[in-house]
Design a protein around this ligand. Structure first.
Ligand SMILES: Cc1cc2nc3c(=O)[nH]c(=O)nc-3n(C[C@H](O)[C@H](O)[C@H](O)COP(=O)(O)OP(=O)(O)OC[C@H]3O[C@@H](n4cnc5c(N)ncnc54)[C@H](O)[C@@H]3O)c2cc1C
Ligand code: SF4
Ligand code: SF4
Length: 1024
């Protein structure tokens, strides 16, 4: 094995930090910086190439290696880091979740990550509706804490699940409902911050400001007075203008003044300053009451142009009573894409009248639904007056509104899942124009795209004239050139219609150079003077807003034309990612033709566009390890970035099989949460298999790998020595010895061996011929775990299927010998891909004759059965594997399907009620394949039962992960996040968990016996 990574510097005094960092980075300065951070703070000091690489990108197209990364434990440590950087003249780049689209958090200095620890809600004043927060707090987390009070922070950005308040203030972010609530600048009351000289200031109402803050304010005021005519002439008059500094606090130019009383608030100078003026210590926020009722009118338009032309009239509907809270666009392409997605299809269809070219989602909010219904009526009348009678679908119940908002929010994500090197690129995606010009502007820009051989899909904030659009460009080829050409034409349109070039996402590296274009030389010079007032040495985020680089400087880009992937022969089939696309039609070439030197693996990794959605903590699985560690290294994005850097040789010659990759993937529990929840479908679980294959080929298998991987091969023999092997669970000494030898944690019980198990206690299984001839046939695939360790589950499933009237054949090897079948899961989990292929191939061959006849293959253990629908298809097993996958169903999926077809009456008649509430914990792979709801459906066959789903991420056991001594702590922490608290809250409930490892985790952690749904059903069968 390779030596441990040298450049995660230990916390506290570290005498060798300098030598190690200076040597490895070849930078004496980096060494001194790391040394001082390590000795003067307790924060995390990250200087390895992988750590720096993970912080070298955000949700933009750029990549710049920082000199190092610092993760402070407290805000004061951030100040200490600033002091050190000032001494050493190292620039500082502040960072929240890193979801900026323009490269705001990408820079060559020290990146300070506020999101991990500096994230407290410091004060909450419900009477005055204000809150004081640290900059690293995430918007959704803040709003969750405020919910009970009936208040919220209303700048509802799409990235609310991960965006931090510090980052939102940095970018002057705006949400879908900005027409009602304004941007960040309208909702920040005060900011405490350090200027680069280390001085602490409180920026608030100008009247109240004192000391240095007041002095800065006075000088900015002078600048504003001096430039008054220029400001009046050049400043965009739209509400959505976020470019440059807010010099207009002293001379309002916005459609919506920044303060309610017309006064000046100096905190607003910092809002939108992108970390270039000061480091935020905390922010005082203005909260708003949560709306009691909302209604949504979905207006169907025959043409896109008509939709754009009508937006201004719809907005006027809310002018009187401020009840209009959103007008959002969904265009034809988005409608089509959503209709193709099973999760969204019915929601979208219910909102359509005929075949519209565009939809406007018009939301009204207020105190009661009845008065809002009148607003919908007015909307209906307005559309009638404008020649579109009967074009509005009314959505008044909360669920249908929420579902449609989900479709709108998923819009960008759906687009971003385009495979191939051409990607929708964000660089003019938020130009804002006055509403009366929206139709002409969008039409003209569409023509621009066409001229450049590309296209864009339009969506988002029609209410404020900020429509999002991303033309598809290939940054590895001519993307930078085309980007510049399109940007120039777009800017001419923005000027023609008197709009703002930067209307939502900030300037960063991408739009900085357009500041001078927008504001002219005098105001640009004033911005430079403001920068000097705050940061005379140019320490904070250099080259942002002032003296910016060219947007198309390819040296700053993640996929510059020089980007190369090291050739690699992958173990799995990644060819479906190895494609190219046509930007004008979005059609992709056949699999395997994309020219990827890693045969599709690199392109699959590169699907991660850094949007940071994997940093969310809400319902859903992704990403359990990040939820525990909050470490960029342990989030899907960090892992994908690590893989990309390794595959392209940016982490040194070891490529994929490097320590950095091993470290990044170590806590990945292969839950497949990302496969489902990541907008672009990054499937880290599958990528981990690929990594393990290459890593173990280079470094060899450990004893633990062999014990876990080859379990199916020795299980039958081992079960004969059950008593002896189970000594491990009875003797602490043996457990400790086993840990020393294998790394399997002594504190854990291991699954208990049994002499009598499913495979050596034969059942009356139907023969192949019987099942072929049966009216109601089913094939039961019993996996290693339920077969050898928890045979009750397999027996129970057999009984239930029989009670339901099925002729059940237990799948066995072709020759019907006693050997059990195996999907290869344990081999995949340990990187033994060849052996997994052989096992899965045996299973596919055995099952194919049944699948060919359309007979369902019914499995019990989600991770095993679903291997047939997932990894088995990437093992090169041909069309037989495809056919088997089509018929492979989990036990409950099969029963739910049969119940829906009216074939389960015999079973239902035999089920007795349960005397306790039932909680269901879904296995991660069940969640990834949308196979949890069938469990609930099937349990509802039990008379009177209303099973309750536990909103949980991964249980933390995740196959063998939680058994490993090095992972026990993280494994238990994952369970403590949501699963264990939910189970503890209902001590008397029966717990249903289909995953073997989930059941084991619940037993280990809570001492409670969870059961497979099959066991619960079998236990309720009347008449034995
Ligand atoms: C898919 C997608 C959808 C998006 N939707 C929206 C949207 O609806 N509305 C919108 O406005 N934006 C949107 N964005 C852009 C982005 O998510 C927002 O700007 C978000 O508010 C940034 O938050 P963050 O925590 O990621 O900040 P970061 O990207 O980490 O930082 C943003 C800026 O703040 C500065 N900063 C951070 N912390 C501090 C600090 N303590 N002191 C000083 N400066 C600091 C940084 O230096 C940087 O300049 C979207 C982005 C993506 C990828
Ligand atoms: S892994 Fe997926 S969710 Fe995470 S940043 Fe990348 S694309 Fe976004
Ligand atoms: S498989 Fe699970 S743990 Fe691994 S990156 Fe994806 S969501 Fe995170």
């Amino acid at each position: 094995m390779n030596a441990p990574l040298p450049l995660r510097v230990a916390r506290g005094a570290d005498a060798n930090a300098y030598d190690r960092v200076a040597h490895a980075t070849q930078s004496e300065l980096a060494g001194r910086l790391a040394q001082r951070l390590a000795s003067e703070t307790k924060g995390e000091v990250l200087f390895s190439a992988a750590d720096r690489g993970r912080y070298a990108t955000d949700a933009s197209i750029y990549q710049v290696m920082p000199v190092g990364v610092f993760v402070p434990r407290t805000s004061d440590e951030a100040r200490a880091a600033l002091d050190i950087c000032r001494d050493l003249k190292v620039p500082v780049v502040a960072r929240g979740a890193g979801t900026s689209q323009c490269g705001q958090t990408v820079g060559a200095g020290l990146v300070i990550d506020f999101s991990k620890h500096v994230r407290a809600l410091l004060e909450f004043d419900s009477a005055n509706a204000t809150a004081v927060v640290e900059p690293g707090i995430v918007l959704d987390h803040l709003n969750a804490q405020l919910k009970k009070s009936g208040l919220w922070y209303p700048v509802d950005v799409s990235t609310s699940a991960q965006a931090t308040l510090g980052g939102m203030a940095g970018n002057n972010s705006c949400g879908s409902r900005s027409i009602a609530y304004g941007n960040m600048v309208h909702n920040v009351l005060a900011i405490e911050a350090w200027t680069s000289d280390g001085a602490h200031h409180r920026f608030e109402s100008y009247e109240r400001c004192a000391g240095g803050a007041r002095e800065i304010g006075r000088r900015v005021k002078d600048l504003a007075s001096l430039l008054a005519p220029e400001i009046d002439r050049r400043w965009p008059k739209v509400m959505r203008r976020v470019g440059g500094y807010n010099l207009d606090i002293f001379r309002n130019q916005s459609e919506r003044p920044y303060t309610g009383d017309g006064g000046v608030n100096l905190a607003h100078l910092l809002v939108g300053s992108e970390g270039t003026l000061a480091l935020t210590k905390n922010l005082t926020l203005a909260l708003a009451p949560l709306a009691r009722a909302k209604v949504l009118g979905v207006v169907n338009f025959p043409t896109f142009y008509k939709a754009m032309d009508t937006a201004q009239h719809i907005v006027a509907l809310g002018a009187e009573d401020r009840s209009l809270t959103a007008v959002e666009l969904v265009d034809r392409t988005m409608i089509e894409l959503a209709l193709r997605n099973p999760a969204f299809e019915s929601t979208v269809r219910a909102s359509l009248i005929g075949r519209p070219d565009a939809l406007l989602l018009v939301e009204f909010s207020g105190d009661d639904r009845r008065s809002l219904a009148r607003k919908l009526q007015q909307l209906e009348e307005l559309m009638g007056d404008r020649g579109l009678p009967g074009s509005v679908v009314h959505l008044v119940d909360d669920a249908s509104q929420k579902n449609l908002w989900e479709v709108r929010k998923a819009g960008l994500n759906i687009m971003m899942s385009l495979r191939g090197d051409g990607k929708p690129v964000s660089f003019i995606e938020d130009c804002a124009v006055p509403l009366q010009h929206l139709a002409e502007y969008t039409d003209a820009l569409t023509q621009v795209f066409r001229r450049h051989g590309t296209r864009g899909t339009w969506y988002a904030h029609a209410s404020v004239g900020t429509l999002h659009v991303r033309p598809i460009l290939d940054m590895r080829k001519d993307g930078a050139r085309k980007m510049r050409a399109i940007a120039e034409e777009a800017s001419a349109l923005v000027r023609k219609y008197k709009g703002a070039y930067s209307g939502e996402h900030g300037d960063g590296l991408c739009r900085g150079e357009w500041i001078a274009w927008q504001f002219g030389p005098k105001i640009t010079q004033a911005f430079a003077e403001i920068k000097k007032l705050f940061d005379p040495e140019g320490l904070l985020a250099p080259q942002r807003i002032v003296e910016p680089p060219r947007m198309d400087d390819t040296r700053l880009m993640r996929f510059a034309p020089s980007y190369r992937v090291i050739p690699l022969a992958p173990a799995l089939d990644w060819s479906e990612w190895d494609v190219q696309n046509d930007p004008a039609t979005e059609r992709t070439t056949p699999p395997g033709t994309g020219g990827d030197a890693a045969q599709g693996f690199a392109k699959a990794v590169e699907m991660c566009n850094n949007n940071g959605h994997c940093r969310k903590f809400d319902a859903g699985t992704m990403c359990p390890s990040f939820r525990v560690t909050r470490d960029e290294r342990h989030v899907t994005r960090g892992r994908a970035n690590t893989l990309r850097l390794a595959l392209s040789g940016q982490l040194g010659p070891d490529g994929l099989a490097s320590d950095a990759v091993r470290e990044a993937l170590d806590l990945c529990v292969s839950c497949k949460g990302c496969k489902r929840d990541c907008p672009t479908g990054v499937d880290m679980a599958r990528m981990k298999v690929e990594f393990l294959h290459h890593d173990r080929r280079k470094n060899g298998f450990t004893l633990r790998d062999r014990l876990i991987g080859q379990l199916p091969a020795y299980a039958a023999t081992a079960s004969r020595f059950a008593w002896l092997l189970n000594l491990r669970n009875r003797s602490r000494l043996v457990a400790r010895m086993t840990q020393a030898l294998t790394g399997l944690a002594a504190s854990r019980s291991l699954p208990a061996w049994r002499r009598q198990h499913f495979f050596n206690r034969p059942l009356r299984s139907a023969t192949r011929d019987e099942v072929f001839a049966a009216e109601k046939p089913a094939v039961l695939f019993v996996d290693t775990f339920n077969g050898f360790f928890e045979s009750e589950t397999a027996w129970a499933a057999f009984r239930v299927l029989r009670a339901a009237g099925y002729t059940v054949h237990v799948a066995a090897k072709d020759d019907e010998t006693s050997g059990h079948l195996c999907c290869g899961r344990t081999y995949l989990a340990t990187g033994m891909v060849e052996k997994a292929r052989a096992r899965a191939s045996g299973l596919v061959n055995a099952l194919h004759p049944f699948a060919r006849r359309g007979i369902a293959i019914v499995g019990l253990e989600p991770s095993c059965l679903l291997t047939l629908r997932d990894e088995a298809l990437a093992l090169g097993l041909g069309s037989n594997a495809q056919e088997v996958a089509k018929h492979a169903l989990l036990f409950e999926e099969f029963l739910a399907r049969e119940a829906a077809a009216g074939r389960l009456a015999p079973l239902q008649a035999r089920l007795a009620p349960v005397g306790a509430p039932v909680l269901v914990h879904g296995h991660c792979h069940q969640k990834a394949f949308g196979a949890v709801s069938p469990v609930l459906d099937v349990l509802k066959l039990i008379p009177g039962l209303q099973p309750q789903l536990v909103e949980s991420s991964c249980c933390g056991m995740a196959g063998a992960f939680g058994y490993e001594a090095s992972h026990v702590e993280v494994s238990m922490a994952m369970a403590q996040l949501s699963l264990f608290p939910a189970l503890r809250a209902q001590r008397g409930a029966i717990v249903v968990a289909d995953g073997t490892s989930c059941r084991h985790q619940i037993r280990d952690g809570l001492g409670r016996e969870a059961v497979h749904a099959a066991v619960l059903l079998a236990g309720q069968l009347k008449g034995g």
